[in-house]
Each structure stands twice: as C-alpha cells, then as structure tokens.
Design a protein around this ligand. Structure first.
Ligand SMILES: Nc1ncnc2c1ncn2[C@@H]1O[C@H](COP(=O)(O)OP(=O)(O)O)[C@@H](O)[C@H]1O
Ligand SMILES: [Mg+2]
Length: 314
C-alpha cells in the first residue's frame, strides 16, 4: 500500500545544516500542490536560500505565491508575537503602544524561548485558519532550522505548558501540543545524507523525537546519494601517456565510486538505527538549483513513496 504521508496536514522537515532540508521542504510542498491542494511552505527563522530556489521574495509579512496552490512565508518569532498580541489585545491603540515600545523589543529579545514558542504558535494558527469554504491551507510544510535549533522550537510548547499554571499561555500551549503530537495531522520528516556525522545526528534526533517529543514520524529522506555501478578499485588506472581528459574522467569515476561506497555503508547503518520508511534522493550534478531540480528529485521520491508501506503498517 502507498504511504499515507500526504494525508497529513503539517510536515516538519528537520535535519543537520546543509543536508538538504530546504530542498526536501520544497519537494514536499510541490508534491502536495500537485495533488491539487493549497499548501503553505513556511520557513522557520531567517535564511534566503529557499526563497531563491522558489524564485520569490522571502518576506515575512504575508505569504508570497510561488504558483497557484503554493505559497511561501518566512516565519519570524517577533512578527508572530506582534500578530498574536493584535488578536489578544483587541484595542488597536493598546496594541500599537505595546508592540511599538522599546521595553517590548528588549523583552522579546531576552525572554528565553518566547520567539520559538511564537513561531510554532504561528504554524498552529495558520493550520486552523478558515477561509470561505473551509481551511485556508490543506497542508503546511515547515522548513525547520538545523537540528539542535529545531528541537528547541519543537520543545517550547511542552515547556510552556509545564511552566505555566492554569490560564491563557497554558491553554494556548496545549492547543499547539495537540497539533504537534497528532499522528492524524502531523509528520516529522528528517533529512540526512549518507555520511558519518549526519547519520549520527539523525540517529540521536530520531531518539529525541520518539522518546522526548513524542512526535509522529513521516518519511526519512536520504539526500545526495551517489550510486556508481562500479567499486572504486574496479575503476582502472589511466594508461601511461593517457590524455589529461582520460586521466580526469577516471579520477572523477574513482571519486564517484568512492562516494557510492561511503553512502552504501551509511545507508546500511541508517536502516539499522533509524527504522523509518525511507526515500533516497540522488546527487544531482547541476550548477543551478531551482524548482526544476526540485521537480526532478520529486520524480525519484514519488516512485519510492508509491511502494512504501503505510505508516503504522508492519
Ligand atoms: N540532491 C541533491 N543533489 C545535489 N545537490 C543538492 C541536492 N540537494 C541539495 N543540494 C545542494 O546542497 C546545498 C544545501 O541544500 P539545502 O536544501 O539548502 O540544505 P539545508 O536547508 O539543509 O541547509 C544546496 O546548495 C543545494 O543546492
Ligand atoms: Mg535550509
């Protein structure tokens, strides 16, 4: 049976810096949009690359349309808090006074975890937004920051829930937690490459996600996989007097075969340590990286997703 990944509504794409989180977040958002759904691709925190890949302005004020069905938004904790206070402090003048004050900026900068809490709160808010005939977004794909920082974000609602007594903050935190922990709505999708450090970090994160955060898992993406048909030692040495072109081609072949061997080794380790449905994405030799490269990777992902067992199936 095909994996039911796309029945979820909120996808958190997490992983070590540089492994391809933004690329996979874009891939998932395009996959959802191609299913005829309205999807918000939300980037947690700063960064320009995803907006560049999508070819949009990465503003944090309002979602920017990438193409009909897919919008992009950068979520910034301070902006989200200002918006939230706008909802709570119904009197506009009071809201302007608070958000415009110096003290407020100091408070937001200094309060531990506040920006993180508001960022995750904003995702919750967008998830339940109604527009006309139903939900505003059929799905939200979240491009999370590097592992340690994303775990900080994802831990904040539980921390706030535990830290505050009965009242507004505790109630709001409970609603966000209900979303984060709901296997019917949420899926965490880790991204890694098949190399030593990222695989170690992914193994550690997998344990944290299951045991501490208790968040529902989706699919693991292994990005930039090299798959050469030859072992490194099977690539012949250049014959004496060979042209520099032949020497270079053989050197590249040996390098590629070397990477393939490393990837195969760490893929096996991943399979043993992180027992999740897995999609492998090939290394693309491409100067530019834009939506068309994302779509190429999506083609590879779709073929594999169609053969994965449904979540919860043995
Ligand atoms: N499958 C791939 N093949 C080749 N290059 C890739 C692939 N996926 C990502 N990249 C490149 O790797 C770099 C990091 O990707 P990115 O998605 O920005 O990672 P992250 O968001 O985890 O920091 C980018 O320069 C991107 O173009
Ligand atoms: Mg990124």
């Amino acid at each position: 049976m095909a994996h039911d990944l796309f029945e979820r509504r909120v996808f958190f794409v997490v992983g070590k810096g540089g492994v391809g989180k933004s690329t996979v977040a874009a891939l998932l958002a395009v996959a959802v949009a191609e299913r005829g759904k309205r999807v918000l691709l939300a980037q947690m925190g700063p960064g320009r690359r995803l907006a560049e890949v999508l070819g949009v302005d990465g503003g944090s004020e309002a979602p920017a349309e990438v193409f009909p069905g897919l919008c992009f938004l950068t979520i910034d904790g301070e902006t989200a808090l200002g918006e939230y206070l706008g909802l709570v402090l119904a009197v506009k003048r009071v809201h302007r006074l608070v958000v415009g004050s110096k003290l407020y900026h100091h408070f937001v900068a200094a309060a531990p975890g506040l920006k993180e809490l508001m960022t995750v709160g904003k995702i919750w808010y967008e998830e339940q937004l109604e527009s006309g005939r139903g939900r505003k977004w059929d799905a939200i794909v979240v491009d999370a920051p590097a592992t340690g920082h994303s775990l900080q974000y994802l831990r904040m609602p539980a921390a706030a829930y535990e830290a505050f007594g009965a009242g507004l903050v505790r109630r709001e935190a409970r609603r966000v937690l209900d979303l984060l922990e709901d296997p019917g709505r949420t899926a965490v999708c880790p991204v890694t490459t098949a190399e030593e450090m990222p695989v170690n970090e992914t193994t550690e994160m997998y344990t944290q996600l299951r045991e501490r955060l208790r968040m529902p898992l989706g699919v693991l993406f292994v990005n930039r996989v090299h798959a050469a048909p030859l072992a490194p030692e099977a690539v012949p040495a250049a014959p004496a007097g060979a042209s520099s072109l032949v020497v270079d081609v053989l050197r590249c072949g040996r390098e590629e075969a070397g990477w393939s061997a490393i990837n195969a080794h760490y893929l096996a380790r991943l399979r043993a340590n992180v027992p999740m449905p897995t999609v492998e994405l090939p290394f693309l030799f491409s100067e530019e990286f834009g939506l068309s490269e994302v779509r190429r990777l999506l083609g590879h992902a779709e073929r594999q997703l169609a053969t994965l067992p449904a979540a919860g199936a043995p």
